[in-house]
Design a protein around this ligand. Structure first.
Ligand SMILES: C[S@@+](CC[C@H](N)C(=O)[O-])C[C@H]1O[C@@H](n2cnc3c(N)ncnc32)[C@H](O)[C@@H]1O
Length: 405
């Protein structure tokens, strides 16, 4: 028998010398340990935070990691992950109440597909395994994504290889669902005919096969502030509409009345376009097609202030202090690896306010150390849980120059 001390960063229970799947702090557990891991624990004394998983697939499916824990527990745990990362850098901050996206709202996800002797299997990978679990009753995904699973199965039956898996990235847009398939069979004449027919029959908004657009009924679009944006295939989008709204509200509040804002790692304009209702915005991003979508959205919108765009690799060529000095606020939303080089320049430039959006508490805390070391104050942290039931943590934090706060 072992007692769980804490969760690791994958959301698994940790007892002395053991990792225990799907166990919560304080629980007494038993079961067979293989290589220091109990995969199927017997929960001898359940935690008061343990709940019945809402999804019928949870036992087998690895798509979610924390459905056995109450929402209140997960919120406290995710906040704790950020607090600990900051403490590791000698920092602390006021935390706002976590904002968690509701069940059934994930509008973007990557599923796995495997062709079978007859038909195909599409779903999430199983728990700690490379098997694929079917998820017709998934409680995580937007129902529109669950509804396209038969289309995905038909696509994999036609264009999946028996040798390996295909990756299916599904995104819900206003016009319907975009399906982007990677690791599909190379396109030949027969597939070029068959795959669009399947997509058409299932009314997919766009089908992308190994990076090539095979069918696009109407350009899929979504609203960003007053603009309507048509992201390019496979573009980054925030995972849920509610998560996007929460991040956006926190960013807008953080930059306050700034009139000149630089949006670093701007994507298709999630923050730049809403901010342009009150400020001139310079949007910088590595992927030129996403910036082109942002620019077109801005040009077709009315009532927005000027938005300029710049395609630039911010890891290799961060904006330098002399380029940053004209801005009175910066938004920075880097990928998981963080933005070490750009944050070093921001710290030098002393832009008065920074809204830092992050999906990695560890790289966020490292950046926070640099900014605080350069004289910024960490005003608050807002955890936004749009990856409900997973171990991912996202946040917005406001930094201001101490003498201007
Ligand atoms: C977390 S996303 C944020 C996008 C946008 N702020 C949003 O909320 O939709 C990170 C963005 O960084 C971009 N990116 C990744 N590496 C980059 C680099 N080295 N230089 C510039 N942009 C990069 C990606 O294309 C992606 O759009």
């Amino acid at each position: 028998m072992s007692v769980i001390d804490r969760l690791n960063l994958r959301g698994e229970g940790v007892a002395p010398g053991l990792v225990v799947a799907r166990a919560l702090p304080g629980e007494e557990v038993g079961g067979e340990a293989v290589d220091g891991r109990i995969a199927q624990p017997k929960i001898l004394t359940p935690s008061p935070d343990r709940v019945a998983a809402p999804c019928r697939h949870y036992k087998a499916c690895g798509g979610c990691a924390l459905q056995h824990a109450s929402d209140a527990f997960v919120e406290t745990w995710k906040t704790g992950v950020v607090r600990q990362a900051l403490a590791g850098q000698g920092l602390e901050a006021p935390f706002r109440d976590t904002l968690t996206s509701p069940a059934g709202t994930r509008r973007r996800a990557t599923l796995a597909g495997r062709r079978l002797k007859s038909g195909a299997l599409v779903g999430f990978h199983g728990r700690a395994s490379d098997t694929v679990t079917a998820i017709p009753g998934c409680t995580l995904l937007d129902p529109a994504l669950v509804a396209v699973i038969p289309a995905l199965e038909a696509l994999v039956t036609e264009g999946g290889s028996r040798k390996g898996e295909v990756r299916l990235t599904v995104t819900r847009y206003a016009e319907g669902v975009e399906v982007s398939v990677d690791e599909g069979k190379p396109l030949d004449r027969a597939l070029r005919l068959a795959l669009p027919q399947i997509a058409g029959a299932h009314r997919l908004a766009r089908l992308v096969w190994n990076g090539e657009v095979l069918l696009q009924e109407a350009p899929p679009s979504l609203t960003m502030g007053r603009a309507r944006v048509s992201p390019p295939p496979g573009a980054f989008l925030q995972a849920t509409p509610q998560g996007e709204a929460a991040l956006k509200a926190a960013v807008i509040e953080a930059v306050g009345g700034a009139k000149q804002v630089v949006d670093l790692f701007a994507g298709c304009g999630t923050f730049a376009l809403p901010l342009a209702e009150t400020a001139e915005v310079h949007a910088v991003e590595g992927a030129a097609p996403m910036l082109a979508a942002l620019d077109l959205g801005w040009r077709n919108a009315t009532g927005l202030k000027r938005v300029t765009t710049e395609a630039r690799d911010l890891f290799r060529r961060p904006l330098m202090p002399d380029e940053l000095k004209r801005f009175d606020a910066a938004v920075i939303d880097p990928p998981r690896a963080g933005a070490e080089a750009q944050v070093a320049e921001l710290a030098q430039a002393a832009v008065p306010v920074i809204a830092h959006v992050s999906c990695s508490p560890v790289t966020f805390a490292r950046d926070a150390r640099v900014l605080v070391g350069a004289g910024y104050r960490l005003d608050w942290v807002q955890v936004v849980d749009q990856f409900r039931w997973s171990a991912h943590v996202e946040l917005v934090a406001r930094f201001s120059r101490a003498h201007m706060a």
